[in-house]
Design a protein around this ligand. Structure first.
Ligand code: SAM
Ligand code: SF4
Length: 332
């Protein structure tokens, strides 16, 4: 079947698949403390998630990232990872990967590796236990650190993703870079995005990465790198540590022109852009009498409706989020 290609000529080769909207942490820039989660009956089954993945693979998707909520809290999630691993083994996929908060990695690292996952992203915004507890509203830093050890012992390449947060970790980032690179892991910094209603104001959280980069340049020599992964990150080599540091700057630097991805939620809604509310229901197509035909049609329509770019902004105190949906719905 034909390659997914949108109306701006961008080939869609990357699917980010959210397998749950639930999470065992409550990062204060991602969720409110009291969240209403989806009823379990609305979720796609693991078999349906694999069937859906297969439809995307048929249309030229080469990389699938499992995300959430926290993907590793979904019951029996390894069944899906194992299933997708078979596509990779057969050469139908280049990569299966996972974005996780790391709390369950001590249990699953070995299996992830055994089922063909080679690299994972672990979201960790601070190495300070008190800050971690305040930020995530859960006291779980030690558990995450054990998870990182397990992941590296299992032979997984680990990239740490840290959201830059004003007054929380912005003064710690140079130390984090040293520590992460010192352990042989990569690191990427992310600008906080105005997604979903949270308990605080985004203006109080947001710090532009242009500012963080300037501050890092007081401690380090940052050498621009040609490395590209088809995503929004731009990379530098940190001379002093020898490690790689990525910058994802959706607010200060928009890289939508090279977008190669779509996102599907755990109920089978496809979002063509992180920064827009437009979505299409793939679950209805999947559960219809002619799923193959209807899915193919829905994906064609999704390609026509994929917007050119997002318009994020964090300037006005009290402003509503750019998009009402929380990041935990689409998994970033
Ligand atoms: N629970 C997993 C984790 O934390 O890695 C996967 C889902 S989480 C929603 C995916 C990524 O989105 C994490 O790196 C998290 O830090 C980031 N994130 C969540 N809310 C965000 C926001 N409003 N702006 C920028 N990044 C956000
Ligand atoms: Fe959970 Fe990830 Fe959101 Fe934190 S960022 S609350 S770990 S989904």
């Amino acid at each position: 079947m034909s390659q997914l290609i949108d109306s701006f000529g961008r080939e869609i080769t990357y699917l980010r698949l959210s397998v749950t909207d639930r999470c065992d942490l409550r990062c204060n820039y991602c969720m409110a403390e009291k969240m209403t989660f989806l009823p379990r009956k609305d979720l796609l089954s693991l078999e349906e998630l694999e069937q859906l993945s297969s439809a995307f693979i048929d249309r030229g998707v080469r990389k699938i990232r499992i995300t959430g909520g926290e993907p590793l809290v979904r019951r029996d999630i390894m069944t899906l990872i194992k299933g997708l691993g078979r596509y990779k083994e057969a050469g139908a996929l280049d990569e299966v990967t996972v974005t996780t908060n790391g709390t369950q990695l001590h249990k699953y690292a070995k299996d992830l590796k055994a089922y063909g996952v080679e690299r994972i992203n672990v979201s960790l915004d601070t190495f300070d236990a008190d800050k971690f507890a305040k930020l995530t509203r859960r006291d779980a830093l030690d558990q995450v650190l054990r998870g990182l050890d397990a992941a590296q012992e299992a032979g997984l390449s680990v990239k740490i993703n840290a959201v830059a947060l004003k007054g929380i970790n912005d003064t710690e980032i140079a130390d984090m870079v040293r520590r992460v690179h010192g352990r042989g892991m990569e690191m990427t910094l992310i600008e906080v995005m105005p997604l979903g209603v949270i308990d605080g104001d985004r203006v109080d959280q947001y710090v532009p990465l242009t500012e963080i980069r300037e501050r890092l340049e007081r401690d380090f020599t940052l050498i621009d790198s040609a490395k590209r992964t088809g995503g929004p990150a731009r990379y530098v080599k940190v001379k002093e540590t020898g490690g790689t540091l990525g910058f994802i700057s959706p607010l200060t630097n928009n890289f939508c022109a090279g977008c190669n991805r779509v996102r599907v939620t755990c109920t089978g809604q496809i979002y063509m852009c992180l920064g827009h509310s437009d979505k299409l229901d793939l679950r209805a197509a999947l559960r219809s009498e002619r799923p193959d035909e209807n899915l193919a049609q829905a994906l064609d329509l999704a390609m026509r409706r994929k917007p050119e770019k997002h318009f994020f902004d964090i300037k006005d105190r009290g402003a509503p989020p750019a998009v009402a949906r929380h990041m935990s719905v689409t998994g970033g």
